[in-house]
Design a binder for this molecule. Structure first.
Ligand SMILES: Nc1ncnc2c1ncn2[C@@H]1O[C@H](COP(=O)(O)OP(=O)(O)OP(=O)(O)O)[C@@H](O)[C@H]1O
Ligand SMILES: O=C(O)C1=C[C@@H](O)[C@@H](O)[C@H](O)C1
Ligand SMILES: [Mg+2]
Length: 176
């Protein structure tokens, strides 16, 4: 059966939220940003949860909330750290087609300010380069589709994602 949700994963700043909302309009789907779902469920800002619970605590909360996310016919923009949650990713893969918005290290570096200011989950001393190397393995592991967005503006990224998503569904339909 064709999955009705599109799940966006990728590094912070790759455009899951920015691209996601436009993608939802183009595909005539709902839009869900899991960072906002976490804020709503905890009643706190993400940075407050990270400060109070620490990295492990935040990861556990994100994993639990995403693992029980209910969504239908939606584009779901996850947070950059969602891939640390095995339960979350198992569920999201079950309910949606997982699209990795891939950006080179240089592209991520150019878009992000400091990791602290952006609220990016990282261990003390861990650099952006360390985080990138650690995370790309997880994004690649969970991706059904990879959209390479270096040199693409937001509109071109959306267009490329739509093309690949339609291609994946057409292939899936052909196999049914
Ligand atoms: N081609 C592009 N695609 C997406 N975003 C772009 C592009 N070029 C520049 N940007 C900018 O990069 C930023 C992407 O931020 P956004 O909050 O959407 O990332 P995110 O993946 O949701 O990050 P997070 O994991 O922190 O939620 C925006 O400020 C956006 O305007
Ligand atoms: O990449 C990250 O570590 C994060 C990204 C944000 O979207 C939030 O989910 C949170 O601030 C952690
Ligand atoms: Mg976002």
């Amino acid at each position: 059966m064709t999955k009705s949700n599109i799940v966006l994963i990728g590094m912070p700043g790759c455009g899951k939220s920015t691209v996601g909302v436009i993608l939802a309009k183009v595909l005539k789907k709902r839009f869900v940003d899991t960072d906002l779902v976490i804020q709503e469920k905890t009643g706190k800002l993400l940075r407050e949860t990270i400060a109070e619970e620490g990295i492990e605590g935040f990861n556990a909360i994100e994993d639990r909330i995403l693992a029980s996310l209910q969504a239908e016919d939606a584009v779901i923009a996850t947070g950059g750290s969602a891939v640390y949650g095995a339960n979350a990713m198992a569920h999201l893969r079950e309910i949606g087609l997982v699209v990795y918005l891939r950006l080179s290290y240089a592209g991520v570096e150019a878009r992000l300010g400091s990791l602290e200011a952006r609220g990016v989950v990282h261990r003390p001393g861990q650099t952006l380069r360390d985080l990138y190397e650690e995370r790309i393995l997880l994004y690649e592991q969970y991706a059904d589709i990879v959209v390479d967005e270096d040199y693409l503006d937001i509109e071109a990224t959306v267009e490329c994602a739509v093309g690949q998503i339609e291609g994946a569904f057409a292939q899936e339909g052909g196999q049914e």
